[in-house]
Design a protein around this ligand. Structure first.
Ligand code: GA4
Length: 330
């Protein structure tokens, strides 16, 4: 079965496409964060089954999010040469259609920023980013990192793993190697030429970190891969946050949670702006199964590695590669 092909139209020749027949996924697990006891159970169930869930009643101020979105929209509306002053992304900065260092492309422009050792310390390198955008991103990142810590605490509580903070302590402080991404997907051009195919905005991949938190405007595009291998389109919801399990959490749970493959497909009508916080551990942190989780006699499915080693290996890979495969024990 042909799942993807290169388009022939010259302007778009470098971009992957996929058949635009994905099912709308109505089964996204929804977690009400205001009910902690139920939330814990649902989160763990969702992470086992999908590596993915949606958080509602999360307590993050809609104004905070709206301000960042509007700053992001203003940034992407700047003249191309102005944005290019903060690029090309290597890996941080402004990127346009090129993803990572190994030739991957997508119908996307983005800003990728590191939160280590402090977001603001990167400011001088990216002159096109306004004061207001830095400020809004800083506020947003603190709020989302705090929410993610809460989710990781719920996970360790529910799985009965300790000591307290063994998971949540890895993200959200200045040693944590987290990053933040603003993506802008312009509406897909020349749709007629594609006849039934859609341009890929961001190709299929798993996130290498512990967990990622995504929020997007009300435009479709995000798809996740279900355990049966089919792609399911996630209905957008600008008031909620979507959490996805990354490769590192898959290893730390010794495969109990699976990192979720996801991608973004463009549409012909609406621009999509998304903001993603990638919660990563400190660089020297060993990524190994949490010992309090392991059953008697259970062995790690993976060779031991540090986050810095894993990251290096990720940056040598292509977007769609199975990056954990290299670290699986045979
Ligand atoms: C995927 C998840 C995050 O967006 C990211 C991406 C990174 C990048 O865009 O610089 C990578 C990709 C991501 C994994 C493989 C490598 C690195 C592009 C790429 C081809 C910021 C991350 O941490 O890994």
């Amino acid at each position: 079965v042909v799942l993807s092909k290169k388009v022939v139209h010259t302007d778009l020749a470098n971009f992957q496409t996929c058949k635009s027949t994905t099912d709308i996924f109505t089964g996204v697990p929804v977690v009400d964060m205001s009910d902690a006891i139920t939330a814990k159970k649902l989160i763990v169930e969702a992470c086992r089954e999908f590596g993915f869930f949606k958080a509602v009643n999360h307590g993050i101020s809609p104004e905070l999010v709206a301000v960042l979105e509007s700053e992001a929209v203003d940034f992407f509306a700047l003249p191309q040469q102005e944005k290019d002053r903060s690029g090309p992304a290597s890996p941080f900065g402004y990127g346009n259609t090129r993803i990572g260092p190994n030739g991957d492309t997508g119908w996307v422009e983005y800003l990728l920023l590191s939160t280590r050792p402090g977001l603001m310390l990167h400011k001088p390198h990216f002159p096109a980013i306004s004061e207001n955008l830095w400020f809004a991103a800083g506020e947003y990142i603190s709020a989302v990192a705090k929410m993610l810590k809460g989710v990781l605490e719920m996970i360790s509580g529910e799985l009965g793993i300790g000591p307290r903070g063994c998971l949540s302590g890895l993200v959200g402080d200045e040693k944590s190697d987290s990053c933040f991404r603003l993506n802008h997907y312009r509406p897909c051009p020349n749709l007629e030429a594609l006849s039934g195919w859609n341009l890929i905005g961001f190709g299929e991949h798993t996130d290498p970190q512990i967990m990622s938190v995504l929020r997007s405007c009300n435009a479709p595009g995000l798809e996740i891969r279900l355990q049966n291998g089919s792609w399911a389109s996630v209905p957008s919801d600008q008031t909620s946050f979507f959490f996805s399990v990354g490769d590192s959490l898959q290893v730390m749970t010794n495969g109990r949670f699976k990192s979720v493959k996801h991608r973004v497909v463009t549409n012909c009508l609406k621009s999509r702006v998304s903001m993603i916080y990638f919660g990563g551990p400190p660089l020297d942190e060993k990524i190994v199964p949490l010992c309090s989780l392991m059953e008697e006699g259970e062995e790690s499915l993976y060779e031991e590695f540090t986050w810095s080693e894993y990251k290096k290996s990720a940056y040598n890979s292509n977007l769609g590669d199975d990056r954990l495969k290299l670290f699986e024990k045979i």
